[in-house]
Structure formats: structure tokens, C-alpha cells
Design a protein around this ligand. Structure first.
Ligand code: NAD
Ligand code: UDP
Length: 320
């Protein structure tokens, strides 16, 4: 029997990778929704003519989405729609809030009506600028409501609240993934996130732009690992009603990432320093004990390996 999977944000970085991966499995029909605000149709080139894939240009923040009859066949919903790069979520902050609150409520409502399982892609930003390290799912976070990141952090947190309510009030099968920094060459070159910036800059011989002193840390997960984690969340019943970190537990300073990108590309780029954006988290690393226990999941790709794959693919994309 064919399973219908709805993916919101399907034309984006993670959504398009997820759709391509799922289409390798038999018996899956995907309905992909996107308003093409940060995503683009190029990401769907490989699958747009696949008879098991249907793309609908639609805004999931609008309640009109619930009138789409084709969605009533949903068995599984991956709700990924939302800008994820600070550059983009801060340029349309009210839309960011809408998609994470109204968009999430609409998808939960769809799950309730169709009895579908739903994976909601929350974020490590739910922990804000964490004071506890590493971040376990039980840590409640340190988030500022009064700043440029709040539109994303707080609306993602409210999305989690809605998941909790639909789960507890209506018994909807909800799984919340708190995704930590994920990368590959699937990121737009102008995405603004650090791996995309550093590799693009290094390959073009431009300055590698480190914000602040570069001693802030992040933990980087290659796209294949993150997507495997999301698919396991959908599959495993034990993840129902749970929040689970999906990320790589190996932590790097940003300055180390700059040198790594420079070394691996053999670039002559200089490293230049720029002001640190307001509320930029100082340290971030997931505890993945819960993911290991419930999903049997842990990342496989090291940053060195993932960066090399990213560099090779960006080179092709940029004809270098
Ligand atoms: P992305 O910007 O590449 O993709 C998001 C997609 O959502 C885009 O195609 C965009 O056009 C679409 N979209 C935005 N608003 C929409 C709306 N109202 N209606 C329909 N479509 C809409 O981002 P990404 O990196 O692929 O992130 C996907 C999800 O994962 C996001 O929810 C993000 O918050 C979450 N996440 C990603 C990361 C990461 O490192 N990539 C980390 C934490 C959380
Ligand atoms: N960053 C940087 N140079 C860049 C882009 C980002 O130094 O060109 C830093 C940024 O200040 C942050 C880290 O890299 O400390 C990760 O930034 P990104 O925007 O990728 O993700 P997020 O801050 O949401 O984790």
C-alpha cells in the first residue's frame, strides 16, 4: 500500500534532501508544499517529474491550506517550512513568526484530521544562548525576547507548545526534533550560514568572514546524518510525544572552522574579523543520549569528511 507523506518546506535545503531520500523507497507518494520564499525549484530538479512526487506552491501559514483536498490522504507529515538562516529569518521576522506558529498549528490540525504522524523541526535555538553545556532536552534555555533572534527562537518554542497541546489534548502522534547546525552543499551559496559562507568565500579567494573573535562554538551535522535522524523519528513509536536533539556532539570554535575551510580548499583567502551579531550564542553542543537510546541514532560523518564533500560539490556547482 502506498503511503502519502507531506513535506512542508520541500524546496529548501533539508526538505529537498528529505524528499529525494524518501523517493528512493518504494510505496511512497510525496506531496511537497513550499511558498518558495527561501527555497527554490532548482532544489527539486531531480524529482519534479517523478510520478510519486507532487509539488504545490502554497503558504502553510494560511488556513486555506486545510482546504486542499489532496492533503487529506496524509499518513505522515514532516513540517520543515520556516527560514532557518539568521540572514533570512531576520529579514522577514513577521513571516517567520507566522510560519512557526500558524503554519505549525495548521499542520497539527491536518495531522489531527487525518490521523497522520507528524515530525516538527524545532531547533537548537530553542536553548537560546545556553548557560548549561552540553544541552540536554530537559534544559529550558536562555532566550531573549527582545532582540533580532527572538522572532525565530520564540516562535519555534511556541511551535513546540502547540505540538505539546495537540499531543496531550487530541492524542496526535507528534515528534519534535531539535536540529543543531546542519550543512552540505545543498545550502545556497548566499544562505549566510557559516559553512556556506566560509566554503564559498574560500573557493572564491575572498576574505573568510569571522564574526567576533571566533571563539564561539557550534557542532556541525552533515545533512545525511540529520535526515536519517528525522526519518527515524517518524518511524519509531517510542519517539511519540518526545523532544529529541538531532545534531553532532563534536564541538568546534568558529575560528577553527575558518582554518579548516581554508586548509581543505587550499585557499589563499585571508581571515577577517567582523562584529559579532547581537545575541549570537557563545557555545552550543547537543547531548545526543536520548537520540541514541530512543532512535539508535548517532552521526557518522566527521566535519572534515562533510566539509570535503561540501567543497567538492560546491566546486562543481560554481564551475571551479
Ligand atoms: P531553508 O530556508 O533552506 O528551507 C525552508 C523552506 O521553507 C524554504 O524552501 C522556504 O521557501 C519554505 N517556507 C518558508 N516559509 C514558508 C511558508 N509560509 N509556507 C511554505 N513554505 C515556506 O531551511 P532549512 O535549513 O532547510 O531548514 C528546514 C527546517 O529545519 C526549518 O524549519 C528550520 O528551522 C529547521 N532547522 C534547520 C537547521 C539547519 O541547520 N539547517 C537547524 C535547526 C532547525
Ligand atoms: N558566523 C561567522 N561568519 C559568517 C557566518 C557566521 O563567524 O560568515 C558565525 C556566527 O556568528 C555564529 C556561527 O558562525 O557564531 C554560526 O552561525 P550560523 O549563522 O551558521 O548559525 P547559528 O548562529 O544560527 O548557529
Amino acid at each position: 500500500m502506498t503511503k502519502t507523506v507531506v513535506i512542508t518546506g520541500v524546496a529548501g535545503f533539508l526538505g529537498s534532501y528529505l524528499a529525494k531520500t524518501l523517493l528512493n523507497t518504494n510505496g511512497i507518494f510525496i506531496i511537497g508544499l513550499d511558498n518558495l520564499s527561501t527555497g527554490n525549484m532548482e532544489n527539486l530538479q531531480e524529482i519534479i517529474h517523478n510520478s510519486n512526487f507532487k509539488f504545490l506552491k502554497a503558504d502553510v501559514s494560511s488556513s486555506d491550506i486545510l482546504q486542499l483536498v489532496s492533503l487529506l490522504s496524509a499518513d505522515e507529515i514532516y513540517h520543515l517550512a520556516s527560514p532557518a538562516s539568521p540572514k533570512f529569518y531576520q529579514s522577514t521576522p513577521l513571516d517567520t513568526i507566522d510560519v512557526n506558529i500558524s503554519g505549525t498549528k495548521n499542520m497539527l490540525e491536518l495531522a489531527k484530521r487525518t490521523n497522520a504522524k507528524i515530525v516538527y523541526t524545532s531547533t537548537s535555538e530553542a536553548y537560546g544562548d545556553p548557560e548549561v553545556h552540553p544541552q540536554h532536552e530537559t534544559y529550558r534555555g536562555n532566550v531573549n525576547t527582545w532582540g533580532p533572534r527572538a522572532c525565530y527562537d520564540e516562535s519555534k518554542r511556541m511551535g513546540e507548545v502547540l505540538c505539546y497541546l495537540y499531543h496531550s489534548l487530541y492524542n496526535v502522534s507528534v515528534k519534535v526534533a531539535r536540529i543543531f547546525n546542519t550543512y552540505s552543499a545543498g545550502l545556497r551559496n548566499d544562505d549566510g550560514r557559516v559553512i556556506s559562507n566560509f566554503v564559498t568565500q574560500a573557493l572564491n579567494g575572498k576574505d573568510i568572514t569571522v564574526y567576533g573573535d571566533g571563539l564561539q562554538t557550534r557542532s556541525f551535522c552533515y545533512v545525511t546524518d540529520t535526515i536519517a535522524g528525522l526519518m527515524l523519528m517518524m518511524e519509531k513509536d517510542a519517539a511519540n510525544g518526545e523532544i529529541i536533539n538531532i545534531g553532532n556532539p563534536i564541538e568546534y570554535t568558529i575560528i577553527d572552522v575558518a582554518y579548516l575551510a581554508k586548509d581543505l580548499t587550499k585557499s589563499s583567502s585571508l581571515i577577517s574579523f567582523h562584529p559579532l551579531p547581537q545575541d549570537d550564542p557563545k557555545q552550543r553542543r547537543p547531548s545526543i543520549e536520548k537520540a541514541k537510546k530512543i532512535l539508535g541514532w548517532e552521526p557518522r560523518i566527521s566535519l572534515e569528511k562533510g566539509l570535503q564533500l561540501t567543497i567538492d560539490a560546491y566546486k562543481k556547482k560554481l564551475n571551479l
